[in-house]
Design a protein around this ligand. Structure first.
Ligand code: SF4
Ligand code: SF4
Length: 506
C-alpha cells in the first residue's frame, strides 16, 4: 500500500489518498457461504451491555429465533443464524479490540436451516406510526454495520428528539481492501433504497442523501436505476471523491452538507443522521422480509487467501470456515486482520466468528509494520493529515505521560482512530494504537467510577429502607403498648396470641 499525504482535499482537512486494493474482491458476484457445522454467536456484538441468553444447553433452535435478549439502554438482541442445537454457552476467542475471549452461544447446526415461523407478506410499514416502526427495528437485532455497532433503533430514537434535516446513507467505503458496501450497492441497491424509505418514515423526514465515492461506477449505475424506478424525490444520490477517511461520520456530514460537527458532538447536533448502506439493507430485510440480522456481506481478501471475494455469511460462522469456502490460505498468508488495514485488529486465531461488525477478513503476506519506532522529530506530518485537525504529536506526548486532563483537552475523544497519522510518521510511532489504549484506559476508569457510584447509591438506598422498616416496627410496637395499657391484661393476651398465630403462619 502506498500513501502520499494530501493537504488540500476540498472541504475536508487532511486525509490520504490510498491505494484501493479492491479489484480482486469485486471481480465476481457475492457468493453465499453454506451453513457451517457450528455457529459461534457472541452475546456482545453491540456497544452496550452484553445480551442475556434466553436459551439453555441442549435446546433446539430455529433460524431467526431470539437466543439472547437485550440488557440495558444500549442493548441489542441476538438471533440464531441457522437451525440446530445449543451445545455450549462459554467464552470463545473473538475479534474484539480490547479483549480476546467473550461469552458466546454455540449452535451445532442440523444443516436444515429451518426458519422460525414468520409472516409471508410484507407489511405496509408506511401506514404504521413511526414510533411503532422504530420499536420493530429494535427487535431485529440491527446495529450499525459500518463498524460502530451502535444499536440502530436507539440511535434513531435519540435522533428523533433532535431537529433533524437530513438522513445520510453512507456508501463511502474509503478504507483499502474493504469492498462489502460496494458489492452490496451493486447487487442489493433496491434493498438499500427501500431501507432508506423505511428510515425516512420512522424519522418523519423528507430528505435523504445516498453518498457513494465517484470511483464506484457499478454501484452508482445500480443506484441510479433503482432511484429512477422508485421515483421518490426525497432520495438524492451524491458522489464524493475517494479520500481516506471521508467515510467517517463527521467527515461525511461536512462533505455532503458543509456543516461542521462540533468537537465532542454528534452529526445530530447539526441536523444529520448517518446510517451505513448495509444497515439500511438490514432494516429492509427485517421490516419487509421478517429476517433479523443473522447474516451480512463481508469482504475476504488479501494475497493470503486463494480467491478474494465478497461473501454473504451467517453471523457466527468462524473465519476458518469462510477461508475454507474461498479456497483456503495461500503459502504467503502471514497475518490475519479482522477489518481493514487501517482500523482493523490483528488476531492470532481463525476460530474467531464473523460478527455483526465484521466488514472484512484480510489475510496478508507481510506485516505492515513500517520499521523500528524512533523518537518524535516534530515534523508535523501527523497534524497535517489528521482529518479531525488534532495535534497527534501532543496527544502522544500526554498519552505517554498518562496525563488524562491534558490529553482530553487536546481532543482525545474526537480522534476517530483512522490511522492516517501512523502512515505518515517518519519515526514509525504507533500513534493510533497509543490513542486507542489511552481511550480504553480512561473508559475503564470512568466505568469503574460509575460502578462505585452505583454501589454507593445501592448501599445508601438499602440503609434507608432498613431504617424505614425499623421505624415502622417501633411505631407498631408503641401503638400495641398503648392499646394494651388501655385495655388491660386480656388485650395483651389477645395481642400476643395474634402475634404467635402470625409467626406460625409465616
Ligand atoms: S488516528 Fe486520530 S489523531 Fe491520528 S490522524 Fe486519525 S483522527 Fe487524527
Ligand atoms: S509525524 Fe511522527 S515524528 Fe512527525 S511530529 Fe508526528 S509523531 Fe512526531
Amino acid at each position: 500500500m502506498t500513501a502520499a499525504p494530501t493537504y488540500d482535499l476540498g472541504k475536508l482537512h487532511g486525509g490520504l489518498r490510498l491505494e484501493a486494493n479492491k479489484s480482486a474482491s469485486t471481480a465476481q458476484a457475492i457468493l453465499r457461504v453454506p451453513v457451517p457445522a457450528q455457529l459461534v454467536l457472541p452475546i456482545a456484538q453491540h456497544v452496550g451491555d452484553p445480551a442475556q441468553p434466553v436459551v439453555g444447553i441442549g435446546e433446539r433452535v430455529l433460524k431467526g429465533q431470539l437466543i439472547a435478549e437485550p440488557d440495558g439502554a444500549l442493548g441489542a438482541p441476538v438471533h440464531a443464524s441457522s437451525s440446530g442445537k445449543i451445545v455450549a454457552i462459554e467464552p470463545w476467542p473473538v475479534s474484539r479490540r480490547y479483549g480476546e475471549n467473550a461469552p458466546c452461544i454455540v449452535i451445532e447446526c442440523d444443516g436444515e436451516d429451518r426458519h422460525i415461523e414468520r409472516a409471508e407478506t410484507a407489511p405496509a410499514y408506511d401506514i404504521l406510526p413511526p414510533d411503532v416502526v422504530l420499536t420493530q427495528i429494535m427487535q431485529g437485532g440491527i446495529v450499525g454495520l459500518g463498524g460502530a455497532v451502535f444499536p440502530t433503533a436507539q440511535k434513531l430514537m435519540q435522533a428523533v428528539s433532535c431537529e433533524l434535516k437530513y438522513l445520510i446513507l453512507n456508501g463511502v467505503e474509503c478504507e483499502p481492501y474493504i469492498s462489502c458496501d460496494d458489492a452490496l450497492m451493486r447487487e442489493y441497491a433496491r434493498e438499500i433504497v427501500g431501507g432508506a424509505q423505511i428510515l425516512l418514515h420512522a424519522l418523519e423526514l423528507d430528505s435523504c442523501f445516498i453518498v457513494v465515492e465517484s470511483d464506484k461506477p457499478e454501484a452508482i449505475h445500480e443506484l441510479i436505476d433503482v432511484l429512477a424506478d422508485v421515483n421518490d424525490d426525497r432520495l438524492v444520490l451524491k458522489q464524493v471523491p475517494s479520500i481516506y477517511p471521508s467515510g467517517g461520520e463527521d467527515q461525511l456530514v461536512q462533505l455532503v452538507t458543509n456543516l461542521e460537527v462540533p468537537s465532542g458532538g454528534l452529526p445530530t447536533d447539526v441536523g444529520c443522521l448517518v446510517q451505513n448502506v448495509g444497515t439500511a439493507a438490514a432494516i429492509y430485510d427485517w421490516i419487509i422480509n421478517h429476517e433479523p440480522l443473522v447474516a451480512r456481506v463481508t469482504t475476504i481478501t488479501g494475497d493470503g487467501v486463494a480467491r478474494p471475494m465478497n461473501v454473504d455469511v451467517r453471523i457466527g460462522t468462524t473465519v476458518a470456515d469462510v477461508v475454507n469456502f474461498v479456497g483456503g490460505y495461500t503459502d504467503r498468508a502471514e497475518q490475519l486482520i479482522i477489518g481493514g488495514p487501517m482500523t482493523g485488529k490483528t488476531v492470532t486465531t481463525d476460530r474467531v466468528p464473523v460478527v455483526k461488525a465484521t466488514n472484512c477478513i484480510l489475510v496478508l503476506s507481510e506485516d505492515p509494520a513500517l520499521g523500528p519506532e524512533m523518537p518524535c522529530i516534530r515534523c508535523g506530518n501527523c497534524a497535517a493529515v489528521c482529518p479531525v485537525q488534532l495535534l497527534p504529536q501532543q496527544l502522544f506526548w500526554y498519552a505517554c505521560a498518562d496525563e488524562e486532563a491534558k490529553i482530553r483537552s487536546y481532543g482525545l475523544t474526537d480522534c476517530i482512530e483512522c490511522g492516517c497519522c501512523d502512515l505518515v510518521c517518519p519515526s514509525h510511532i504507533p500513534l493510533t494504537f497509543d490513542f486507542r489504549m489511552a481511550k480504553a484506559r480512561y473508559r475503564e476508569m470512568a466505568d469503574e467510577k460509575a460502578r462505585a457510584e452505583r454501589a454507593r447509591l445501592r448501599f445508601e438506598a438499602r440503609n434507608e429502607r432498613l431504617e424505614k422498616q425499623q421505624k415502622a416496627r417501633d411505631k407498631e410496637l408503641a401503638q400495641q403498648k398503648e392499646v394494651a395499657k388501655l385495655a388491660g391484661p386480656e388485650a395483651i393476651a389477645a395481642i400476643l396470641k395474634r402475634k404467635k398465630q402470625k409467626q406460625d403462619e409465616d
